[in-house]
Design a protein around this ligand. Structure first.
Ligand SMILES: [Zn+2]
Length: 332
């Protein structure tokens, strides 16, 4: 089976990093945003992180323009719908789309309207294409802790109805988990599931703390645990799912060579790894490409694909009926 045709599940995909360049240009015009160069090539270039990006922070600059255009209900609904459509075209059957509502309030939208708009786009796409989706609410971890409660409360009415989890994202310069301990226990009590970006650029202790202090069932990236026995053991013994995003890790210099990516070592040791894009546009990738580069680097075949799929279904924050449906797709 080739990588495009296999059914896929994606657990780690940022909405603002996955906009179609054509849509960004159109939305910028609609919103009278002045661009230095209005050609589609220039817009595309401004969205894609260079492969020799010098750091995670440079990479994160690529989100400025997408966030600027994602400030209306129309834009939010549309980009969510289009991401679902794009994923469905490469046989992704279930996707969890994450974004940080706090970044979409520049033109006066409130948390609730923002979250509802994205969920609306996801649901409209579920009707149009053979794909299901859910939304993860991310919070920028360098922001004031108090602000996360507004996000958690605003998403509550859609919990289990389009919204499934909370996440912490953005640059990882220090230890962050203890500051968010109470907020995450509050979110979990309401029924939110938990995934957290940790160990992306070197601080493995953030993985251990995200699991033990914040109740993370999944970790975004987790590359750093390859050099940290404590984090490794914590992930393994708690059956934590790792959301690996190889292309993104190459761009942010979390790893220097695909062959050095620890996904193979983790996979062969029975760690529950999954494969994801992180950002389809910013990382100029899709799920098919992620499978292809891992296949080539480690000489993997269908057995790997099936295990990744099973791990992804296991780690998905979807309801039981959706998970059961996803597993039937392996048989066809
Ligand atoms: Zn991410």
């Amino acid at each position: 089976m080739n990588a495009l045709k296999i059914p896929k599940v994606e657990l780690h995909c940022h909405l603002d990093g996955s906009l179609r360049p054509e849509t960004v240009l159109e939305l910028a015009r609609l919103m009278h945003i002045e661009l230095p160069d209005e050609s589609i090539e220039a817009v595309r270039e401004s969205l894609i992180a260079p492969s020799d990006c010098d750091s995670l922070d440079t990479y994160l600059k690529r989100f400025d323009l997408p966030i600027e255009v994602m400030q209306t209900e129309y834009a939010l609904e549309r980009v969510a719908y289009e991401l679902m459509e794009d994923a469905s075209k490469e046989n992704v059957k279930y996707i969890e789309i994450r974004f940080a509502p706090q970044q979409h309030m520049k033109k006066g939208l409130d948390h609730k309207t923002i979250i509802e708009s994205v969920v609306k786009g996801v649901k409209r796409a579920e009707q149009a294409f053979e794909i299901k989706g859910n939304v993860i609410l991310s919070y920028l971890r360098h922001s004031d802790v108090q602000g996360i409660y507004d996000m958690i409360d605003a998403g509550q009415s859609l919990l289990g109805d389009g919204v499934v989890a909370v996440d912490l994202c953005a640059g990882e310069h220090d230890l962050f988990a203890s500051r968010f301990k109470e907020a995450f226990s509050y979110a979990r009590e309401l029924g939110y599931r938990v995934t957290i970006h940790a160990g992306e650029t070197g601080i493995a202790q953030n993985m251990t703390e995200s699991i033990l202090l914040l109740g993370a069932e999944r970790i975004g990236h987790g590359v750093a645990m390859m050099n940290d026995a404590e984090a490794y053991e914590c992930v393994k013994s708690n059956n934590v799912i790792l959301e690996c995003c190889p292309t993104s890790n190459l761009q942010t210099k979390a790893i220097l060579d695909i062959k050095a990516h620890p996904i193979a070592q983790f996979y062969e040791d029975g760690i529950l790894v999954t494969l994801n894009t992180d950002n389809r546009t910013v990382s100029e990738t899709d799920m098919t490409h992620e499978f292809q580069i891992v296949h080539t680097a480690f000489d993997y075949d269908t057995a790997f694909d099936i295990q990744i799929y099973k791990n992804s279904v296991k780690g998905a924050f979807a309801d039981d009926a959706t998970k059961a449906w996803l597993l039937t797709l392996l048989e066809s």
